[in-house]
Design a protein around this ligand. Structure first.
Ligand SMILES: CSC[C@H]1O[C@H](OP(=O)(O)O)[C@H](O)[C@@H]1O
Length: 373
């Protein structure tokens, strides 16, 4: 079974799978500059919070490897790299992984200040590669922590298999491999804990029907595709029969109180899960956590162009062009922490405390304290 890779990288060469062509066509674009990386992200040829950060970082790393910085002093070189990173930050505003990667890269190149341009560029390239390499290990750890949590909280085992529902795409096509929410599903399957995986179509960009369904079928995971509007009926009529124990979703940004921005349609699944006594799990690497923002009200929600709603996946028209009805097309929504049972990260599963709030100091003490201080 071939490995699904959103990103292929070797030093000096980056290839990005064009996900707008999936599942019908496998085509990799070569990305060699910040502009090509920006365009690939902004058009959603590559998407997924971790994958966005990885492609932005490696795309600029390839450009720098090909010696694109003309600055003479270290200060000029660092300023030019900062400018390129700030440009890439604008490609998609909601997922915080990109911002966290940019901050990490900016801090890293400053450790090479005074050692000359080549040392600064080398430091950037090595850090961008670390971001890429770390992601896969992070996802495997999320998978393990998620399966352990479901074993403890939902009794998942080979003798008591559970079914889950997931939304959007959070698998190998959204990361460097394995995935986050879909990574937990892969791990459940590998442990024999999984009865069935339901995935939603995830209108309007259809990451679920085009990408997640593809990944599930590709790996032979027992699965069923439903439209977003079918989730309530599924829970009401098939929860017992299928032992639907959890909704598992990814995250674009988990903020300090646990409120979480994720693909549009996530919030309504959380409300439905609560109503039906189904666990609601957010699976995210700590690179998706933003402790600088207090609540979900502080998250900028990206709005995308009308054609992505009036045309299937931005291609086939589903609303006649002459009906110039206004279109509201937010790419994400915010699920309040009260609807979330656990945030599963590579550092562990974080549940709400007795006071009903999330305390991420358990897994991110240094970042938690810094903001409080
Ligand atoms: C591990 S992917 C996290 C998150 O990103 C996706 O958004 P998009 O497809 O628009 O990039 C989706 O919200 C996933 O849950």
């Amino acid at each position: 079974m071939s490995l699904l890779q959103a990103v292929k990288y070797q030093r000096g060469k980056l290839e990005v799978l064009d996900q707008l062509l999936l599942p019908h066509e496998f085509h990799y674009d070569t990305v060699s500059t910040r502009q090509e990386a920006f365009d690939s992200i902004a058009t959603m040829r590559v998407r997924g919070a971790p994958a966005i950060a990885i492609v932005a970082s490696l795309g600029l790393a390839v450009e720098l490897h090909n010696n694109s910085i003309a600055g003479t002093s270290d200060g000029e070189v660092i300023a030019q790299i900062d400018e390129a990173l700030d440009y890439l930050k604008e490609s998609r505003p909601t997922a915080v992984d990109l911002t966290n990667a940019i901050n990490q890269l900016k801090a890293t190149i400053r450790t090479a200040e005074g050692k000359g341009k080549d040392a600064i560029v080398q430091a950037f390239i090595e850090e961008a590669e670390r971001i890429f390499e770390k992601d896969l290990q992070s996802n495997l750890s999320i998978g393990e922590h998620g399966a352990q949590w479901l074993q403890a909280r939902a009794g998942a085992s080979p003798d008591h298999k559970i079914s889950v529902l997931t939304h959007c795409n959070t698998g190998a096509l959204a990361t460097s491999g394995h995935g986050t929410a879909l990574g937990i599903i892969r791990t459940l399957q590998s442990k024999g804990y999984l009865k069935h995986a339901f995935c939603t179509e995830t209108r309007p960009y259809n990451q679920g029907s085009r990408l997640t369904a593809f990944e599930l079928v590709h790996e032979g995971i027992p699965s069923t595709l439903i439209t977003d509007s079918m989730a309530a009926a599924l829970f009401r009529t098939k929860k017992a029969e299928n032992n639907i124990a959890a909704v598992i979703v990814g995250a674009d940004r988990v903020v300090r109180n646990g409120d979480t921005a994720n693909k549009i349609g996530t919030y309504q699944l959380a409300v439905l899960a609560k109503h039906h006594g189904i666990k609601f799990i957010v699976a995210a690497p700590t690179t998706s956590i933003d402790l600088e923002t207090e609540t979900g009200d502080g998250i900028k929600i990206e709005e995308r162009k009308r054609e992505e709603l009036t045309q299937i996946s931005g291609a086939v028209r589903v609303a006649t062009a002459d009906q110039r009805i206004d279109v509201w097309n937010p790419a994400f929504d915010v699920t309040p922490a009260e609807f979330i049972d656990v945030v599963v990260t590579e550092k562990g599963a974080v549940e709400k405390g007795p006071d009903g709030t999330f305390d991420f100091s358990q897994i991110l003490p240094e970042r938690w304290a810094k903001v409080v201080g």
